[in-house]
Design a binder for this molecule. Structure first.
Ligand SMILES: Nc1ncnc2c1ncn2[C@@H]1O[C@H](COP(=O)(O)OP(=O)(O)O)[C@@H](O)[C@H]1O
Ligand SMILES: [Mg+2]
Length: 403
């Protein structure tokens, strides 16, 4: 493998489909390795990765022809990285058939964005333990599922992310409204299917970063020590994560085993975020997986490990190895969320937050507009224990405001 000079003949190029905060960190890591970075998104000027890429393009990423035309015009990127879910996956499949390298691979991107396909693969094909579930296409289907699962149960659209369209159903009278609401939040609006899940009482949640890299002609799969995270009661996105997880060795081992089995089935090269639920009655369940460095939960590796999740992904994408990832310190991350809608938001409170001694850092994503609960940045903190790091991150985040 050779890396030429960016912008000149022989350069190595990666194309990011999606230019959010994850793309920004990947772009930075690629830049550090002398790789040319092309950022693509659906709007101009300010998606975070566009600030650090060599070139940018604005296209409708749900349009198959737009993606394909761009890839051919760039002729060809060494790796195409799907940074978000809302892209036309048929374009990825066709590009892969033409010989382009999609990271981790087109099939994995397609399966992971679809709850039904992912459940089929994880629970039915691989027999990994999950919550009990049914697929439903009508109010009647949902009612039948509720009867079997009991109340409350949770509806999730076939395709959505960050908890969009999750509806908790606690009685038969709620089913019709809940089904409509779940479908209204489904991505693309085309699907009429939902997953109905048993609602479990969660004790802990883990993310197992699991990555595949090339070593000679073989692919090696490895995991990073599990990360733990938490969300506030009643919402379905995370605000806080810490590394390492504070669970028993036995749970760590099972979580890593499930993650490796799933990721080996999905294949390709790159990092996956595999989410595991631990219920109050002691079950360790596979929940879902993202075919990319995961949001929120994985950002803690910017300070906790010697090689962070973005470096791992970029290295794998280029065909380079990452034999081992070591935890260097306990650390925590806390998100900074917007609470209203506004253009050109301003962040305040940094003087106070950064006065806290001991490894407190702030990453502001630089997004041009906010909406309620949009992730605008993250606070990172280290400590001699996870508890200490969490307290610092939490305090610092509480001092920072988006106006
Ligand atoms: N069956 C369930 N019972 C209880 N809580 C759940 C269940 N499924 C998901 N959750 C909670 O909701 C969060 C988001 O669900 P998830 O399936 O990961 O959706 P998303 O793709 O939107 O992240 C999970 O991390 C977990 O905290
Ligand atoms: Mg999730």
């Amino acid at each position: 493998m050779e890396i030429g000079s960016p912008l000149l003949v022989g350069s190595k190029k990666i194309m990011l489909l999606g230019s959010g905060e994850l793309g920004k960190e990947m772009a930075i890591e690629a830049q550090r390795m002398g790789v040319e970075v092309i950022a693509v998104d659906r709007y101009d000027m300010a998606p975070p990765a566009m600030h650090v890429a060599h070139r940018r393009y604005v296209i409708n990423m749900l349009d198959k022809n737009a993606i394909k035309a761009l890839v051919h015009r760039e002729g060809p990127p060494d790796a195409i990285i799907a940074e978000i879910e809302a892209i036309n996956t048929d374009a990825l499949v066709e590009l892969e058939e033409e010989g382009f390298k999609v990271v981790p691979n087109a099939r994995a991107v397609k399966i992971c964005m679809n709850r039904i396909e992912l459940r089929r693969l994880a629970a039915e094909k691989l027999q990994l333990p999950t919550t009990r579930y049914f697929f439903a296409e009508s109010v009647e289907d949902v009612k039948r599922a509720c009867k079997d699962l009991g109340f409350p149960c949770l509806l999730k659209p076939e395709m959505s992310s960050s908890g969009h369209g999750h509806v908790l159903i606690s009685k038969y009278d709620d089913v019709e409204r809940g089904f409509k609401e779940a479908l209204a939040h489904a991505r693309g609006g085309s699907s009429s299917k939902v997953v109905v899940e048993e609602y479990v009482k969660i004790d802990r949640e883990l993310t197992v970063l699991t990555y595949r890299y090339l070593l000679g002609n073989n692919v090696v799969t490895n995991t990073v020590l599990p990360i733990e995270h938490q969300r506030p009661e009643g919402v379905y996105y995370y605000v806080e994560s810490w590394h390492p997880a504070t669970v028993s060795e036995e749970i760590m081992k099972r979580a890593r085993d499930y993650a490796i089995r799933l990721v080996n089935e999905l294949g390709g090269l790159g990092i996956y975020g595999v989410e595991i639920l631990i219920t109050r009655d002691g079950r360790v369940l596979f929940s879902e997986a993202a075919p990319r460095p995961p949001h929120d939960t994985g950002l803690v590796t910017l300070v906790s490990t010697d090689i962070n999740e973005f470096q791992i992904h970029v290295r794998s994408a280029l065909g380079l190895p990452t034999p081992e990832v070591k935890l260097v310190t306990p650390a925590a991350a806390h998100v900074i969320l917007a609470d209203t809608e506004t253009w050109a938001p301003r962040i305040t409170g940094l003087e106070e937050a950064l006065r806290i001694p001991g490894g407190v850092q702030v990453r502001l994503f630089g997004k041009p507009f906010t909406y309620r609960h949009r992730r605008m940045g993250i606070v990172l903190a280290t400590g001699s224990t996870v508890q200490e790091a969490r307290e610092k991150a939490r305090l610092a985040a509480s001092l920072i405001k988006v106006r």
